[in-house]
Write a protein that binds this ligand. Structure first.
Ligand code: 13P
Ligand code: SF4
Length: 316
């Protein structure tokens, strides 16, 4: 990067920090955000930590959620009296999109007597149909806390659902959805990498397909994978999740090597979530300055959508 550009970037960061103070705003960022955004956030975390942190914010007047839309909605549901902003309103989620609320309602109707457990990567409409939400960080614990004979529908991620079924011995009925980033990783290329780096540990997010989970040394949320990397004695890691997490891994463990797992098609930038990467420092600055785009929730759905999030936080 040339000197002028990096000066502009530093100036932008200083302006964001000044505005944030003036407006009593708090910046929350997911681990998949670009590094510059992670570096100036007040708090970075996985989906669970961001929801838990939002729920504790009392003094802030504005929350800026640097992540994807459903994360902003979760923060708004937990903090209805605060202004919740996102840098780019178009930052959606292919997994949430794979489960339209009307279709999910029909699926629930086809399975009478089932509890509905949903992954937090869902629309407000799907949350409103849900008994309890989970994230990848607490899914196992929450499913384990449900009655042993409970019949359960799990949506929308079939890979996370299959993983939880394998860990808990449950036979949850799964919605057939998936994330376009995590479905892309190539088992063959990961195994080739492992041959070149025999000491490397393979870190896999549970949104990945089963064949990857089977070769993993650690399976977990972004925060859990980061924690594993920090504590492990290994020096090399092959990381099968969105590339943004590498920033924090490299920052926290500068003496270790993190190798992004290759996607099937090596000509694409499939390790990047195109939605997460819509957010930029400039958009973060603009959104704080203009206080837009703001997250609003359909009042007819808010109460029903908040309940499963609160239940999740109680059980976490
Ligand atoms: P985490 O909750 O593990 O951070 O995952 C969020 C997500 O969107 C994964 O694709
Ligand atoms: Fe959604 Fe996948 Fe992006 Fe996560 S990585 S926000 S699941 S599209």
């Amino acid at each position: 990067m040339n000197v002028e550009k990096s000066l502009q970037k530093e100036e932008l960061k200083q302006r964001i920090l000044r505005l944030k103070k003036e407006k009593k705003a708090v910046i929350l960022a997911h681990y998949y955000q670009q590094g510059d955004i992670q570096d100036i956030a007040d708090h970075i975390g996985d989906s669970l930590a961001l929801a838990q942190y939002a729920a504790t914010l009392e003094d802030a007047e504005i929350i800026v959620l640097c992540g994807v839309h459903f994360m902003g909605e979760t923060a708004k549901l937990l903090c209805p009296g605060k202004k919740v902003l996102v840098p780019d309103a178009a930052a959606g989620c292919s997994l949430a999109d794979s489960c339209p609320a009307e279709d999910f309602a029909a699926f629930i109707k086809e399975h009478p007597g089932h509890m509905v457990v949903s992954y937090v990567n869902t629309s407000v409409g799907v949350k409103a149909l849900t008994d309890v939400l989970v994230t990848s960080g607490n899914a196992r614990k929450i499913i384990d806390s449900l009655p042993a004979d409970a019949k359960i529908i799990f949506g929308p991620d079939r890979n996370l659902g299959n993983y939880i079924n394998s860990q808990t011995g449950r036979q949850m009925v799964l919605w057939d959805g998936a994330c376009h980033v995590h479905e892309q990783f190539s088992l063959e290329k990961i195994l080739e990498l492992k041959k070149e780096h025999p000491g490397a540990k393979i870190l896999v997010h549970p949104e990945c397909r089963k064949q990857l989970v089977l070769v993993a040394d650690a399976v977990g949320s972004t925060a859990a994978l980061l924690d594993y990397a920090r504590k492990s004695d290994a020096k090399e890691f092959i990381v099968a999740t969105e590339s943004g997490i590498l920033h924090q891994m490299r920052k926290d463990c500068p003496e270790k090597t993190f190798i992004p797992a290759p996607p099937n098609d090596s000509t694409c930038a499939c390790n990047d979530c195109s939605y997460m990467k819509l957010n930029t420092l400039q958009k973060l600055y603009d959104c704080l300055l203009n206080e837009t785009p703001e997250i609003t929730i359909d009042p007819a759905l808010a109460e029903a959508a908040r309940r499963p999030i609160e239940r999740m936080l109680e059980l976490s």
